[in-house]
Design a protein around this ligand. Structure first.
Ligand code: KG4
Ligand code: ZN
Length: 332
């Protein structure tokens, strides 16, 4: 079954065609990322305007690779995300469903991120624990089957990606901050500055990242011209990775799932991948650790189409609407 996926929840305009949830036939993406670099964060109005400019060229390009006559269904991200950006994808998808007379599947962006772990791979087995670390969300869920998710932990304030982006801004690194911090952190000392790891020893499965931001601000102000930017970047990356890994391992030891699935933009971080691999390798029981290749971790439409294949519940196009506040368990 060939599904056309559309993703426009934030600053990426993406269209993919995926066969049977696992084989990418086309994968096209435009981003307005560079336009937000100076502000250190996304400007919703600019992102929405760029979505409108990009959607038709991106769609046309994706269809060239896959052939529109062979599309069986359409999948579209309905939330969470920025309302102006979401509307572009949602209205485009509804129009296509109406004109082509094809079924349409609404997609939750956060759950869809996890399905990057199905693309070009042997499907992971349930029960699973998934950690979704993106720009706006940090959520851990237990999954007993497709569509059967239970939330078990998350952030109480900033998301992990937000922590990267906001601290990068304090260092004057531009947006998105994650890749910039990762680049600067290469070959630097992560323990040069002493940074907090909030809630790391608490029994719960939650995170808090706003204290890290405050600590970084204090160091930047105190050090002034003497600031060792590279070492601070390495310290930030290490602190974020440490708390993510520690709390996730706590959940993995408690529930002993068959698979652990890492997903979301921050999952592209090399240090985070390495740390998970190491810690999971040290466990006294077997667990199948999956993480998508970096280019499938950040926003794209292939996992949107993959999600729709494994959670195939088409609804009438009239009933589809953007839901900016959607949570990972489907509550709006
Ligand atoms: O999932 P995503 O592409 O978009 C959202 O749904 O939010 O995640 C974007 C986030 C940004 O905060 C970005 O800084 C972060 O993922 N990110 C990274 C890396 N690549 C992207 N963070 C750390 N290291 C990376 N290599
Ligand atoms: Zn995302």
């Amino acid at each position: 079954m060939r599904i056309l996926g559309i993703e426009t929840s934030c600053d990426e305009t993406a269209v993919s065609v995926v066969n049977d949830g696992r084989v990418i036939l086309s994968h096209v993406l435009a981003t307005s990322e560079g336009m937000h670099a100076k502000s250190g964060g996304i400007i919703p109005e600019v992102a929405a305007r760029e979505q409108i400019k990009s959607i038709l060229p991106v769609l046309e390009e994706a269809l060239k690779g896959a052939g529109k006559e062979k599309i069986d269904a359409i999948a579209v991200t309905i939330g969470p995300g920025l309302i102006g950006s979401l509307l572009v994808g949602v209205e485009t998808a509804k129009t296509l469903a109406y004109v082509w007379g094809k079924p349409i599947v609404p997609v939750n962006h956060l759950v869809a991120h996890i399905y990057a772990n199905w693309i070009n791979q042997k499907p992971p087995l349930f029960p699973a624990i998934a950690l979704v670390v993106s720009g706006g969300h940090t959520d851990m869920v237990r999954i007993s089957g497709h569509g059967k998710l239970k939330w078990i932990g998350g952030t109480r304030d900033d998301a992990a990606g937000e922590a990267f982006d906001k601290t990068a801004r304090l260092l004057g690194l531009g947006f998105p901050g994650g890749p910039k911090i990762a680049e600067l952190a290469k070959d630097a000392s992560w323990d040069y500055y002493d940074l907090p790891r909030p809630m790391i020893d608490e029994e719960n499965l939650d995170w808090s990242f706003s204290g890290l931001k405050t600590a970084v601000l204090r160091i930047v102000e105190k050090e002034g011209k003497n600031l060792q930017k590279q070492n601070l970047a390495a310290g930030i990356q290490e602190a974020i990775c440490d708390v993510l890994v520690r709390k996730t391992l706590r959940a993995v030891k408690k529930f002993r799932p068959t698979s652990f699935l890492l997903a979301g933009g921050v999952a592209a971080n090399r240090r985070l991948r390495e740390k998970f691999e190491l810690e999971i390798g040290n466990l006294r029981f077997e667990i199948d650790f999956r993480v998508p290749p970096p280019q499938l971790c950040t926003d794209n439409a292939s996992y949107v189409a993959s999600f729709a294949y494994y959670n195939y519940k088409p609804i009438s196009w009239e009933k589809i609407s953007a839901s900016p506040g959607l949570t990972i368990t489907g509550e709006a």
